[in-house]
Design a protein around this ligand. Structure first.
Ligand SMILES: [Zn+2]
Length: 480
């Protein structure tokens, strides 16, 4: 029997606002435990929350960038449950009237491949809970502690339709979504640190069946790789259950990085278990068209649009455009480089190979020693024939290490390409004289030895000879 996987994702994005969602406390990371708290986020009786306007705007921007419809009438709702990191005994979230609904994202499995539309069910705003600590200063303890600094930090939850059919599609959706929230500047997208978190709902059904199977919720995956692996494991597990006629239980399962397996955490709770009801402390939030239009006009060019423009304006292949546009900082760097020296393909090649090879995180490109102006200047030196592509790699390494201008490195180290025909021909003849047997071989038809001669000439000139001139002169002299 052939099975089909059905996957939906819930993504929590921690918003990059300066203060919390319902009070003025700072959201800065790394402060002393409980230093960033007040009666509101500690859930003291009698306090009144006030919604942070920036949180609403960040949610609206995300909604617009993911083709959602923004609701004019919004309500916050209480989601009731008990946990020691939730002092109020409820989380303020949205339930029946979320800020945005009915959106979609276009994903592609590989840069330039056909796109697939993934529906977005809803986006809602909510507050984060605190954090339990089971050790103090790195030492395990008999007690547990609670840090409320994170209580009230703003989140948006983006819920997709169950439109994905493979772990790879889920990965592509997450990458696309992360790139968008990073472009918008609403979330840093850091999965490892938990500011971009993903839960996955997955079920399987026989190929061709319309009815959905029993879904399992997966949690605890803190990288794209782990999301894909956890889904692959879970799909396989459910297939085996189905083949042996064992019932699949609706439950929440945790991914274990150590064993690369999922294991049962608890039975899945239903929405009605939380006894949602509108929060009477918060007035309904009304969003008018003028507000939406104003935010729409502030949206930056988004990754998909940038890919289209890069292919049209600079003639880049889709693949290159996709890589460059995937990170806003990388795209800006590329354009700054091309503005200085008009050779887009060369700039793209250098960025995708040498620059990215040196960076762990493409967003850090603005902090590297090689400015776009310097890279452009180096490409101009290659285009003018001042240095060869091979020498340029050396120049690039020097630029990366020390931040010097390429022209200065070339000057200081005497790296100017040798293009003078007379000078090169002298060396060509010397090399031929030193290797009479090889000359005979070439003239006898062994064309392959040409490479040997090129190597010798380059060696004699410390790699500085213009390779095209070397080739031409060798052919001319060897042919005699
Ligand atoms: Zn507070």
């Amino acid at each position: 029997m052939q099975y089909e996987a059905v996957i939906g994702l819930e993504v929590h994005c921690q918003l990059l606002t300066a203060s919390k969602i319902f009070c003025g406390c700072s959201t800065r990371f790394g402060a002393q435990p409980n230093a960033q708290t007040c009666p509101v986020c500690l859930g003291m009786p009698g306090v009144l929350p006030v919604v942070n306007r920036n949180v609403v705007e960040f949610a609206m921007k995300t909604a617009l960038a993911t083709n959602c419809t923004i609701r004019t009438q919004n309500r916050f709702a209480r989601k009731n449950y008990f946990y020691p990191d939730l002092p109020k005994g409820y989380q303020i979230s949205q339930f029946e009237q979320p800020i945005a609904e009915h959106g979609h994202l276009d994903i592609e499995l590989e840069e330039g491949s056909e796109t697939k539309k993934i529906g977005i069910t809803r986006i809602h705003m909510e507050e984060d809970a605190g954090k339990l600590m089971h050790e103090l200063d790195g030492v395990s303890s008999d007690s547990s502690y609670v840090d409320f600094n994170r209580t009230g930090v703003p989140l948006i939850e983006i819920v997709s339709e169950p439109d994905m059919r493979s772990p790879e599609e889920a990965g592509a959706y997450l990458r696309t979504l992360r790139s968008i929230v990073q472009y918008l500047g609403v979330c840093d997208g850091n999965m490892e640190q938990g500011s971009f978190r993903c839960d996955a709902n997955v079920s399987i059904r026989p190929q061709g069946e319309d009815k959905l199977g029993t879904k399992v919720e997966l949690k605890n995956m803190n990288s794209f790789k782990h999301v894909e692996r956890a889904l692959a494991f879970e799909i396989e597990r459910q297939q085996e259950m189905m083949e042996y006629d064992e019932p699949i239980v609706q439950e929440t399962r945790l991914w274990s990085e150590a064993t690369e397996e999922t294991f049962s955490m608890r039975g899945k709770e239903e929405a009605h278990d939380y006894r949602y009801f509108p929060d009477p402390d918060l007035v309904p939030l009304v969003i008018d068209d003028e507000w939406i239009d104003r935010l729409q006009s502030t949206l930056p060019e988004l990754p998909r649009q940038k890919v289209k423009r890069f292919t049209a304006q600079y003639g880049l292949p889709e693949y290159d455009a996709g890589i460059l546009a995937g990170t806003r900082q990388l795209a800006d760097y590329f354009e700054a480089c091309v503005n200085q020296h008009d050779n887009a393909k060369a700039a793209s090649n250098w960025i995708m190979s040498e620059v990215l090879r040196h960076l762990d995180d493409a967003r850090e490109i603005g902090n590297c020693n090689v400015t776009p102006e310097h890279l452009a200047e180096m490409i101009a030196l290659i285009d003018k024939g001042t240095i060869s592509g091979k020498i340029a790699k050396k120049v690039f390494e020097e630029m990366w290490a020390g931040g010097k201008k390429p022209a200065i490195i070339v000057e200081e180290q005497g790296l100017v390409q040798m293009s003078d025909e007379g000078e090169i021909e002298k060396i060509v003849l010397e090399v031929m004289d030193a290797n009479p047997k090889m000359v005979e071989d070439f003239r006898g038809g062994k064309e392959k030895v040409l490479g040997f001669f090129v190597g010798q000439v380059m060696k004699a000139t410390k790699g500085k000879a213009n390779p095209k001139v070397v080739n031409d002169l060798l052919r001319k002299n060897l042919a005699r």
